[in-house]
Design a protein around this ligand. Sequence first.
Ligand SMILES: *[C@@H]1O[C@H](CO)[C@@H](O)[C@H](O)[C@H]1NC(C)=O
Ligand SMILES: *[C@@H]1O[C@H](CO)[C@@H](O)[C@H](O)[C@H]1NC(C)=O
Ligand SMILES: *[C@@H]1O[C@H](CO)[C@@H](O)[C@H](O)[C@H]1NC(C)=O
Ligand SMILES: *[C@@H]1O[C@H](CO)[C@@H](O)[C@H](O)[C@H]1NC(C)=O
Ligand SMILES: *[C@@H]1O[C@H](CO)[C@@H](O)[C@H](O)[C@H]1NC(C)=O
Ligand SMILES: *[C@@H]1O[C@H](CO)[C@@H](O)[C@H](O)[C@H]1NC(C)=O
Ligand SMILES: *[C@@H]1O[C@H](CO)[C@@H](O)[C@H](O)[C@H]1NC(C)=O
Ligand SMILES: *[C@@H]1O[C@H](CO)[C@@H](O)[C@H](O)[C@H]1NC(C)=O
Ligand SMILES: *[C@@H]1O[C@H](CO)[C@@H](O)[C@H](O)[C@H]1NC(C)=O
Length: 645
Amino acid sequence: MCRRSSPLLPLLLALLGRPDPTPAEHCDLQPVTAEPPITLSYTTSTVLRGCVSSSSVHTGHEVHVLSIQWSKTPVPMLNVSIIPRADDCTRQAVLILQCPQCSASITSPCQDLLIRTDASLSPKVQGTELPEAAKGDLLGWVQNTYWGITSYSELKDPQRIHLHLGENGSSPRNCIPQKDFDATPHLEAEVLFREVKGCTSSNAHNARAAHIVQLLHKPSLPITEVNLTLSCPEQQPNNQILLLQGPANLAWLLMLNNCSLNFLTSGTYKILHIPMGPQKGELLPDTEEGLIAKAFEKNYSIIASYSVIPISPHITLKIHEREVPRKLPAVPTSSAPSPDLLSTALLLMLRPWKCTDDTMEIVIARSHLEPIKDVVNITLRDISCQAEKNATHFMLHTLLSGCGTLVESHGHAKNELILSLSKGSVLRSVRVAFQCPIPQELFLRLFPTADFKAPQTELEVNKEVFVQASMHLEEDYPADLQLKECYLMTTGMEPMLLVRGNKAQSSSVAMLEEPPSNWTRKVWRFRFTYTIPEGKHVPFSATLKCKAGLQNTTIFEKVLEVKVKDIRRPPNNQGLGLSAVLGITFGAFLIGALLTAGLWYIYSHTRPISKLQPVSTTAPASESSSTNHSIGSTQSTPCSTSSMA
Ligand SMILES: *[C@@H]1O[C@H](CO)[C@@H](O)[C@H](O)[C@H]1NC(C)=O
Ligand SMILES: *[C@@H]1O[C@H](CO)[C@@H](O)[C@H](O)[C@H]1NC(C)=O
Ligand SMILES: *[C@@H]1O[C@H](CO)[C@@H](O)[C@H](O)[C@H]1NC(C)=O
Ligand SMILES: *[C@@H]1O[C@H](CO)[C@@H](O)[C@H](O)[C@H]1NC(C)=O
Ligand SMILES: *[C@@H]1O[C@H](CO)[C@@H](O)[C@H](O)[C@H]1NC(C)=O
Ligand SMILES: *[C@@H]1O[C@H](CO)[C@@H](O)[C@H](O)[C@H]1NC(C)=O
Ligand SMILES: *[C@@H]1O[C@H](CO)[C@@H](O)[C@H](O)[C@H]1NC(C)=O
Ligand SMILES: *[C@@H]1O[C@H](CO)[C@@H](O)[C@H](O)[C@H]1NC(C)=O
Ligand SMILES: *[C@@H]1O[C@H](CO)[C@@H](O)[C@H](O)[C@H]1NC(C)=O
């Protein structure tokens, strides 16, 4: 429970504050020359120049040419994965990798891959050098040497390349490189963006910084969804904002790792791993000036990074530890996220609901609701089902058949939590729909009365008890689904068979009629009386074990531990010597500390007056309250420790 609050903070802070107009500021973006504050990479299939051709189809092998450029040193490690078509390596492939001064790792499941490269390979491969003759006119050399070119791709700053083998007979006869060539489906690269720009406003008055990522729209690429993985340094102050701008119909799927920053997106956005619907973004300008002005408008005066990249389905953005200028005071953020979004995100993260086959319980610690200010009360869809409150928690316990709960065939109970928030005299409510999974298991419950309300965890000796075994069925089960057997087990005694094959197995047991039920729930009921022969030792606890299933297959099995309660007087009243005191202490476990203390109290107070008086079996528990705390500490029998639990 307590551990749940920790992941909330980043999310809560990730939600955006309100707009705040400030006077016009301006700054000129300059390339960031020092260590850039971010690392940004994205996947793309668009290469600087490229082509495909069918010229290799009638030669002995397919030939793929990669020509790599780097915008800066140091040059990162390049990883190339060769992916054979349909996992077979029937046709030999040649990979020509031109990548001077770079170190590369090439992985391929095909044994006979022929590599020619000027990169230093790791692990080292012998006899793969690219001859001097290839350097001037790479394509001419390849054509003359291998009599065909299957694909050619020129890339800048790639970190990883996936090259799918395979020739296409319908490709053009000759490979004539074209600018901004779409190398789908044979190539996908993860490219490092190394042209980050930045600037600081002329009248910067705080250390609040913005990161801006702009996606260049390309009508020919049918990308409608962008997965953006964002990682942040630990414990960075929440004084940064991320602006994500792309085509209006774009959906951003955000994966946040330890990020507490504000953000603004164009289009819609969803935070992955929180089951939330798409949230509306904001209309963001699509120009450099417009985006910078937007950041200033939100009071972020430092453009820490400005990146323009082609639209891409996968973007990875890592924000680095940033030295906050010391002379500038850190401005506390005053983000006020919308209560609706905040409540939804918070509750879906807390998941405070718990269902059985016929009940739903919701317990929410008030401290967890702190970010949503002023929660006055909480109800379910049926507002007459209101949560109880104490100083620390909201609690709601209902049956699945009430409070507007819908039980669906997929093993979920659906309802809504309605939070009433009051701000001054203004009362507003937020609705959060949720699904509570119903466990696929057998539930066993003991009840003191035939109305099967208020389950208990005690089994009283010589008193009738009502047992219910039930389960929620996801689909229709065979008609012969039965309560296969129920045993009552106590240590040192033979298990007592109560029920077998839906039938009572003892004179003290009687099967009861199944209650009517609207939904797919199977219920068995019986009553029985637990007797212990005179003189036999009364156990502390007992185990009820039931199985349900078909005749020769058990599908569900469940055990229920219950305390045994015996209010009969102690068998021997010839003075309460040490053994009697111990007996009473043993009773502490059976009857509960209160009653035992009562007995002890009565005994110690009555002995001097009328010794050998039997102790009343109906000793009032209330008398004990003053002494109950001493029970556990003064006795050292095994049960005294367990009764403390
Ligand atoms: C490249 O491959 C090497 C070894 O195969 C691995 O250690 C490294 O992390 C990979 N780099 C990237 C960026 O995938
Ligand atoms: C082969 O190329 C043609 C024309 O460029 C294209 O329409 C087709 O989808 C390609 N086939 C495969 C399997 O890539
Ligand atoms: C984005 O990530 C989600 C979840 O990991 C995945 O279901 C979806 O297919 C991804 N989208 C793209 C465009 O890769
Ligand atoms: C987030 O930070 C915690 C420590 O604060 C760390 O254990 C965890 O690995 C980080 N998660 C990610 C995805 O970086
Ligand atoms: C923006 O900064 C100014 C000056 O520090 C401050 O007065 C104002 O409250 C800030 N606005 C927001 C929304 O933080
Ligand atoms: C709880 O909220 C309902 C509205 O949803 C309101 O009518 C009721 O008065 C509230 N109860 C309390 C105790 O504030
Ligand atoms: C409030 O109720 C919860 C749940 O029953 C309980 O855990 C908690 O101790 C209670 N708090 C107080 C102050 O009584
Ligand atoms: C079950 O049926 C009774 C009577 O037909 C009805 O009043 C009740 O609302 C139903 N409950 C559910 C959960 O459908
Ligand atoms: C289950 O029991 C029935 C009848 O008792 C028998 O016909 C069937 O073969 C049994 N199935 C298995 C899997 O033992």
